[in-house]
Design a binder for this molecule. Sequence first.
Ligand SMILES: NC(=O)c1ccc[n+]([C@@H]2O[C@H](COP(=O)([O-])OP(=O)(O)OC[C@H]3O[C@@H](n4cnc5c(N)ncnc54)[C@H](O)[C@@H]3O)[C@@H](O)[C@H]2O)c1
Length: 442
Amino acid sequence: MAVHEEGAHAIAPATGKLGVMVVGMGAVATTLIAGVEAVRKGLAKPIGSLTQMGTVRLGKRTDGTTPLIKDFAPLADLNDVVFTGWDIFEDNVYEAAAHAKVIDSDQLQQIKPYLQSIQPMPAVFDQHYVKRLNGTNVKKGKHKCDLAMQVIADIQAFKQKVDRVVVLWAGSTEIFLEPTEVHQSIAAFEKGLVANDPAIAPSQIYAYAALKEGVPFANGAPNLTVDLPCMVELSKLNGAPITGKDFKTGQTFIKTVLAPAFKARMLGVAGWYSTNILGNRDGEVLDDPESFKTKEESKLGVLDFILQPELYPDLYKDLYHKVRINYYPPRGDNKEGWDNIDIFGWLGYPMQIKVDFLCRDSILAAPIALDLVLFLDLAKRTPQLANLGIQEWLSFYWKSPQTAPGLYPEHDLFIQLMKLKNTLRHIMGEDLITHLGLEYYD
Ligand SMILES: NC(=O)c1ccc[n+]([C@@H]2O[C@H](COP(=O)([O-])OP(=O)(O)OC[C@H]3O[C@@H](n4cnc5c(N)ncnc54)[C@H](O)[C@@H]3O)[C@@H](O)[C@H]2O)c1
C-alpha cells in the first residue's frame, strides 16, 4: 500500500464524540437514530451504508488490497456518535419512531430506553413555509435573527458535551423559494434576518446558525437552504463543509442508474413518466402544491444533465419528462414508484421499459444520512477539503448535487461513486484509479 504519510497525517483524527444534530425528528431521522443504535448493539447490520459496508480498492487489481472504507479513512466510529435534534412536535425519538411505523415494534422495544432519552429541542418553524404542519414545540423570537441566535446557543450548548458537531436537515420540504437579493452575501442575509425577510425560510436559519458555528450542514430535503451565495461564502469562511440537497433514494436513484445506461448505448428516450404513491407525513406535506413544486424541481433536473440533449439532439431533444407524487395514506412509508420509459433504438423503433419499485423510503434514506454525517465530519477534519465550502465529491448522495458556480452537476451514480472513492484515495495520499489498465498487458 503506497500511503504517502503526509496526506494521511494531515487529517485530524476522529477522536472523541461526534454530535449529530438533526432538524426534524420524523421518519428519516428516527430510522437513522434507531438504526445506528441497533447496529451498535449488534441487533442489525448497516445495510445500504457505504461508510460501514463499502470497500475501496488501492493500487493495482493484482495487489488484492481492498480495505473497508471505514478502516481506510479516519471516520468517526458509530459508538462515538451522539444524537440530538429539533422538532415542532414534543414526541421523543421512541414516540416519533412508533408514529412513523418504519421499524417493527419488536425491534423498537429492544432499543426503547435509548430512543426515549432523546427529546427534541423547540424548533424554528413558520407554517407559511410548510402549510400542512402545525406544532407547539416552537421557539419564539422578536425576529429571525433572534431565532438564529437561539439555534446558535443550542449548538454551542451541545458542543460542550461532544467534540465535533454536524447538522443534518431531515425536516419537511418547505415551499418553493428562489434566491433573492437577501441571499447574495452574508451581510445582506444578516440584515434580512433582522428585517424578517420573507425569503428567509426556517431551514436557512438553521443552516446559517450551523455554518456560523463552523459546523458542516447537510440538507436532506429539496429546500433552498445552503445552495445560496451567502451560505457558500459562510461555509468557506468558517471551514464548515456543505454539499447538495435532497437524498437520492428511490425513483431518482434508479433514474440515475438507467439514464446513463441508455446514453452509454446511444439509445433514444422519447418520454419518461414517473409517478409515486406514499402515505407518510412527508407524502402529506408534499400534497401541498407549494412543497411539491420544490420536490418536482429537484426530481426533474437529473435527466437533462445526464442525457445532455444539446449534445445528442436526435436522441433526447424531444424527451417528455413528468413526475407525480400522490399522497395515499394506506401505504405509509412504503412508497411505490412507477416509471414508464419510452425508448427508441436502431432506425428509431420504439420500445418500453416499466419499473415498479416497492420501496421503503426511510430505510433507503437512513444509511445515506449516516454516510453524509460521517463524510462531512471527515471533510471538516481534512485540510484539503474543509475550506472548499462545497463538497462536490458527495454528489453521490443527492438528487441535486451542489457545484461551483457555472459548473454543471454530475448525476451519473457510478461517476459519482468513482469521484467519491478517488477523493478518499486523494486525501489519504493513495494513487487515483483511472481504470486505464494498460499496464496489465505490458
Ligand atoms: N427517502 C426518503 O425518505 C427521502 C428522500 C429524499 C428526501 N427526503 C426528505 O427528507 C425530509 C424528511 O422526510 P421524512 O419522511 O422523515 O418526513 P417526516 O414528515 O416524517 O419528518 C419531518 C419532520 O420534520 C419536522 N419539521 C418540519 N419543519 C421543521 C422545522 N422547521 N424545524 C424542526 N422540525 C421540523 C416535522 O415535524 C417532522 O417531524 C423530507 O423533506 C423529505 O422530502 C426523504
